[in-house]
Design a protein around this ligand. Structure first.
Ligand SMILES: [Cu+2]
Length: 355
C-alpha cells in the first residue's frame, strides 16, 4: 500500500506474515475506532453541556440506569481487548514459542530445517552456517559478516546471541530485525535465543502493491555477496544523499562522506577542508544531481538483481546499542533452493581456501 512515495507497510514475505499483518490492522482499526468514539463523546459533552440561561446543571450520581452509560462502553472495550489478546497469544505462540514444538504444527517443508547462528556485535551481524556436514558447531562451519542467505520454502532456525568484542566484554543488547520477515528478536548477552521463519516464494515474487514483480528471476548467475551488496549500498547511499539535500543538511560531515562515496563531491562542490557542501549551488541544482545519481544507482541495482537470483532485504539492529547503532545493518538475500545451494557450495570453498 502506498501514499504517494511513502510505503505504509512493507510487503511481508514469511509464512506467518499475513497473520501478523492482519493483527496489526485489527489493532490499528480498533484503536482508531475507540479513539474516535472517545473524542466525539468528549466534544459532545463539552459543547452540549455548556452553560445556558435558565438551565440548571444536573447532578448525576452515577447510580441506577446511569451505571450502564459507563458499563456498556467498558464492556465493549474489554471485549475488543480480549479479542486482540487471544489473537496475539496464538500468533506469539506460533512465532516465538519453543521452536521444536512450534514446527511440529507447521506444514512440513521438503528439506530439513536450516540452522544458522546469528551473532550480534557492536556493530555488526555475523552469520554462521553449518558448512558441508550440515551441522552447526563443527569445524567446517563458516561465518559471513553482514550478509545472510536463505532459500525460500525451507524452515530457517536461527540461534541468536550477543557477543562482546573482547574476552572481558560481555556484549550489549541488540535486536535482529527484518521488517519483511515480520520478525524482530532481541539478542541478550549470555543467552542464545532460537527462533524460526520460512520465506514464502509467492510472497517474495510480489511487489509492495501485490502485483507480480517483473524483476524476479530465480535463474541467472550466483550472486555471492559483494556485487549485490555494493549495488544495494549504492542505492541506499543515493537515497540518503537526496534526503540530506531535501532536509537542508548539506553541511554535516556525513553528507561529505556520502558524496565522496558516490563520487559526486566535485559536482556538488563539497569543500573537503570544511567538509561543507552546496554553498555554491542552489538546492534545486543539488536535487537534480541527487536525483540523477539515485536513478543511476536504482538502475544498477535492478540490473544486478535481474542478472542474478536472489532478492535483497535489509537487516537492521532495532535496539540502541551504542554510537554505531545506526550503522549496524546487514542484508538478507532470499534465494531459490538451487541458488542457495550454489552459493553455499561457493562459500564452503572460499572459506576452505582462507583457512
Ligand atoms: Cu546493535
Amino acid at each position: 500500500m502506498f501514499f504517494g512515495e511513502m510505503e505504509l507497510m512493507s510487503k511481508g514475505i514469511t509464512t506467518f506474515a499475513a497473520q501478523m499483518d492482519e493483527l496489526v490492522w485489527i489493532i490499528t482499526i480498533l484503536a482508531a475506532f475507540w479513539f474516535a468514539v472517545a473524542f466525539l463523546a468528549m466534544l459532545i459533552f463539552t459543547f452540549g453541556s455548556m452553560r445556558k440561561e435558565g438551565k440548571k446543571a444536573a447532578y448525576l450520581k452515577g447510580d441506577g440506569k446511569q451505571v450502564w452509560a459507563i458499563l456498556i462502553p467498558v464492556i465493549l472495550v474489554v471485549m475488543c481487548d480480549a479479542y486482540i489478546d487471544v489473537k496475539t497469544t496464538f500468533l506469539w505462540g506460533r512465532v516465538k514459542g519453543p521452536v521444536n514444538q512450534v514446527l511440529k504444527d507447521e506444514p512440513k517443508s521438503e528439506k530439513e530445517p536450516l540452522h544458522i547462528k546469528i551473532t550480534a556485535k557492536q556493530f555488526q551481524f555475523e552469520f554462521t552456517y553449518p558448512g558441508a556436514d550440515g551441522k552447526l558447531g563443527t569445524d567446517d562451519d563458516y561465518t559471513d559478516k553482514d550478509e545472510m542467505h536463505v532459500p525460500y520454502g525451507r524452515k530457517i532456525i536461527f540461534h541468536l546471541e550477543s557477543k562482546g568484542n573482547a574476552k572481558t566484554d560481555p556484549g550489549v543488547m541488540h535486536s535482529f530485525w527484518v521488517r519483511e520477515l515480520r520478525l524482530k528478536q532481541d539478542a541478550i548477552p549470555g543467552r542464545i535465543i532460537s527462533g524460526w521463519f520460512e520465506v514464502d516464494k509467492k510472497l517474495v515474487e510480489l511487489d509492495s502493491n501485490g502485483k507480480k514483480d517483473p524483476k524476479v528471476n530465480w535463474g541467472g548467475d550466483i550472486i555471492s555477496g559483494e556485487k549485490i551488496m555494493s549495488a544495494f549500498q549504492g542505492k541506499v547511499q543515493a537515497e540518503s544523499l537526496k534526503n540530506h539535500i531535501e532536509d537542508g543538511k548539506t553541511d554535516d560531515s556525513n553528507f561529505a562522506i556520502i558524496a565522496d562515496d558516490l563520487d559526486v563531491q566535485e559536482e556538488l562542490k563539497v569543500d573537503t577542508a570544511s567538509r561543507k557542501a552546496g554553498q555554491a549551488l542552489t538546492k534545486a541544482k543539488m536535487l537534480e544531481i541527487a536525483n540523477r545519481v539515485l536513478a543511476e544507482k536504482k538502475k544498477a541495482y535492478d540490473d544486478v538483481e535481474k542478472a542474478g537470483h536472489g532478492r535483497v532485504f535489509m537487516i537492521a539492529c532495532a535496539e540502541i546499542c551504542g554510537v554505531g547503532h545506526t550503522r549496524m545493518k546487514g542484508y538478507l538475500v532470499v534465494d531459490s533452493p538451487e541458488g542457495f545451494e550454489a552459493w553455499n557450495k561457493h562459500e564452503i570453498e572460499e572459506h576452505k581456501k582462507s583457512k
